[in-house]
Design a protein around this ligand. Structure first.
Ligand code: GLU
Length: 283
């Protein structure tokens, strides 16, 4: 099997040390395996993605000494592909329309500020309500029905959903891991504003691009459970997963775009060389 891996950042901010570690981990693995390294720009979120961050990603990774195949796939240029996948699932009765707002969903599940809005199962609207909302032209998302997914796959296949973890999940999960798609809720596969959503676009592209190894941070380990289900429903292969630890700053907290933690641009401006950064990160 040929080894194909990818780094798939979203251009919602400048890259920081955590991204550098992730990109270097994937790039080095591809080199060591004599395989291919793909850079994919995951820019389906029209409210948070910005072209200047996209350009900066390429600049920062090149500064770091990475190279990648061209052309780079930008998800925003392929929305028709994702729409076709949504249509396929929809024709098989696996999706339902959800007109609810994030607030309505949170209110409905009570005061659960920690539950991400997607980890819920609001279920389809009653037919008359749905007809009215549609007639009013209200925007809606498409959610994947776990009930329908289980019926479609059959109990044995559902129970057998699994993936190979060559790294480690946050609880030390490794080796053959049984997928638990049920815990993710009826996830949104097509957002109101974007026509697609992360889980669908990422699994679509991993399959299309022949990704054999998904190498990414352990913060995305939970996402794997639902991604394995989508792969089974779409007949897409399940890659091998290699989740890596997340880097933390001196305060013990993980790097995150929202903290304005040290960006590669800032390190560069401070005179840090790419060699020094690579060495610090263990490469
Ligand atoms: N685009 C996602 C992110 O920026 C990563 C997707 C993935 O590696 O599966 O967090």
């Amino acid at each position: 099997m040929s080894f194909v891996t990818r780094f798939a950042p979203s251009p919602t901010g400048r890259l920081h040390k955590g991204h550098a570690f992730s990109a270097l981990t994937a790039w080095t693995a591809a080199r060591e395996a004599g395989g291919r390294f793909i850079l994919r720009i995951e820019d389906i979120d029209p409210t948070r993605c910005r072209p200047e961050f996209d350009a900066a990603i390429l600049e920062d990774l090149a500064w770091l000494g990475l190279d990648w195949e061209t052309p780079v796939r930008r998800q925003s240029e392929h929305l028709a592909d994702y729409a076709a996948a949504v249509e396929t699932l929809n024709r098989r009765g696996l999706l339902y329309r959800c007109f609810r707002t994030r607030k309505e969903i949170l209110d409905a599940i009570g005061d659960a500020p920690h539950g991400p809005a997607e980890a819920v199962r609001p279920g389809p609207h009653p037919a008359d309500e749905e007809a009215r909302l549609l007639a009013e032209g209200r925007p809606f998302a498409w959610r994947l029905s776990l009930d329908r997914a289980r019926d479609t796959l059959g109990g044995a296949a559902w129970d057998g959903l699994s993936f190979v973890e060559e790294g480690k999940g946050p609880e030390g999960e490794t080796g053959m891991v049984q997928a638990r798609p049920g815990t993710a809720g009826d996830v949104v596969l097509a957002r109101k504003d974007a026509g697609t959503a992360y889980h669908l676009a990422v699994t679509h592209d991993d399959a299309l691009q022949g990704v054999s190894h998904v190498i990414r941070g352990e913060d995305l380990f939970e996402a794997t459970h639902i991604q394995v289900l989508i792969q089974a429903l779409m007949g897409w292969p399940t890659p091998v997963y290699r989740h890596h630890r997340l880097l933390t700053g001196p305060d013990g907290r993980r790097f995150a775009k929202r903290d304005g933690s040290v960006t590669l641009a800032q390190l560069r401006a401070d005179g840090i060389t790419p060699e020094a950064l690579r060495a610090e990160l263990g490469f």
